[in-house]
Ligand binder design. Sequence first.
Ligand code: PHE
Length: 450
Amino acid sequence: MSKLSHAQWSSKMTFILAATGSAVGLGNIWRFSYLVGENGGAAFVLVYLACVALVGLPILVAEWMIGRRGQANPINSMLKLSKDNKLSPLWSLVGASGILAAFLILSFYSVIGGWSLNYTLSSVTGAASGFSGLDAEGVGAIFSGLLGSPGTLTLWHTLFMVLVILIVGRGVTKGLESAAKTMMPALVILMLVLAGYGMTTGHFGEAMAFMFSPDWSALTGGTVLAAMGQAFFTLSLGMGIMLAYGSYLGEDVNLIGTARTVILLDTGIALLAGIAIFPIVFANGLSPGEGPGLIFVTLPVAFGNMTGGALLGLAFFLLLTFAALTSAISLLEPTVEMLEERTALSRVSATLVGGIAIWALGLAALMSFNVWDDVLFFGLNIFDLLDTITAKFMLPLTGLGAILFVAWRLDRQSVTQELGLSGGTETLWLLVARFVAPIGVIVVFVNSLL
Ligand code: PHE
């Protein structure tokens, strides 16, 4: 292999790592499993897979393409491409709404990142030396204790945000991303161990049926909307993040092939998380519909009752925190970049200002688990409200803007050429990007509003 092609290979690898680092996070493990449980299992899983393939993939490709052609931040890339193609500058709203969504998401994401940090410590120092010997009730009590204490939640949420701010402010995100090369496979191995443990519980079959044998009668418009929202959330779509990453992509990188790789990794990790978690849920008589606490009340039971569990528990929550951090830095980046460009703030001040604003909003989110649990908007507490507005509405709408722009507004020939498509594959792309993906998003919306 020549030196040049090796360099290209390694830059492509770096790109896949960065994109996967953003995509793989709490969404795959914490959010995916609790949504599967809350939405009745397999029907949700299958709709989610369909959304990832038919909506997620074309939108991921579209966002990267806009970034690669625009060579700038999301707003400026959209402005530039609109101008080049004589289109309305209003298209840049796609970039702006993405930045706002990332801002809102990080506020509650950091609260869960804080739970993960707290559990990293508890897995070695808990009252009963980690989770050792605890049953589901004991673990449940620890978790309720955490949720019931705004002070403790604030401490861990703050710690998590401080880490994110330090990493982004000092510009060391690259180092973190390359560490992902070892951390991510380690996380996968740990989940395989957990799935192996699940097989010994006698409830593995039940869990598999729950996840993969659908009861379509349970499917509602709300479930489909949740599945679509999860597809966007887990792939970091509709936030301008992938768009920003696209601006670093070399001309030679095959967008569709790369998107397939990132999506397979991301989806594989989510499915594995479900396979690891649900046997433990059923074996301990826990409710799959537990809600956002699902992994925090189930996994420690397994760690507390298996050989070497203390160490595995520590490693698991450490790796989960790490995965959460690599996603969180990609969520802070757009806000910081925008502040840096539009105000006189330096990088460090922009990171501080943006980070503190997000942290403050996170305080409101964490109080919805205790003192503000009765403060409801449209029947949702603040945490659920932030999650719902972003994942179910802002992300799909922004993503819709990106795919409509690429599929209908950019010169068709240059797009299919850039994607290396011709003949049958070109027709397939046009069918999916022009019709299936956008109509899918619109139908899911309309259906959920009815
Ligand atoms: N995709 C990340 C996850 O699954 C979360 C995230 C969303 C990160 C949006 C960046 C942008 O955890």
